[in-house]
Design a binder for this molecule. Sequence first.
Ligand code: FUB
Length: 318
Amino acid sequence: MKKSLLISALAMATTVAGAQNPIVQTRYTADPAPMVSGDRLYLYTSHDEAGADFFWMYNWRLYSTSDMVNWTDHGMPLSLDTFSWADDRAWAAQCIERDGKYYWYICAHSKLTNAMAIGVAVGDSPTGPFRDAIGKPLVDNGTWDNIDPTVMIDDDSQAWVFWGNPNIYYIRLNRDMISYSGKVEKVEQTVEGFGAPDMKLRKKDVKYKDCYTEGPWLMKRDKLYYLLYAAGGVPEHIAYSTAKKPTGPWKYRGEIMPLSKTGSFTNHCGVADFKGHSYFFYHTGKLPGGGGFGRSAAVEEFKYNPDGTFPIINPTDE
Ligand code: FUB
């Protein structure tokens, strides 16, 4: 059983079938973030522009499926126009449901600080419509580190947002999901935790190449917290760390998706369990005409190892 694609060009909310990677073959879709709601899996993506020479990106896209074979294109529910404070770089994002509302955490360039910022949109359904939830960024402290938010609601109902490149930050969201308590915290990147120490040492010593770079994905399984992320600088592979608490300490657990010839020097992952199967989403540059700035979401079904660790997952075209 495998994926899909061939989302028709007419597409909007049209169901079409296919059976190979990339999932979407009619446009570029990067930074895939799955969310299961009801009996559907929703895939929130960013969107590379054809022919771009950098990550000049303006909107986010949404697809869904009930069977991992037939996908529905829900169009572009969110764009930079949604956020009065944002003017460029509509980068990685993730959506989550709480109390019947859907919170889509995004990052974009802030006009207010001339740096990257984290924002949040809210809607009444997984497909929106979405609006800027607070009319200003959630985090906008003037650093370019503020990219790639990942969000998780813990069993004790505490919601967490992690993000960052090359540093990792987190906040504890309040129950309203649009404000937070305490301050922005920074994760200490020890060798034990992430395979490498801070950026200065990474640059000096190549043995520290296997380090956190960006694109965190926070999840919990059997009481253990997992932080998956793009690692190793350029080009990126996917690695992960685990911890008994979201605040750490983290333990580096190795690679999940090793470097391979995908045509994209970035990678960015998301994981979902859906209808009894586990899926690992990532992106490649494999769509014809694609590459490092023309990426496409892809997916692999996998099984966790009996001890809860991730297997090695390689990209396929199937
Ligand atoms: O899509 C733009 C940026 O490229 C993302 O924010 C990073 O994770 C990398 O995939």
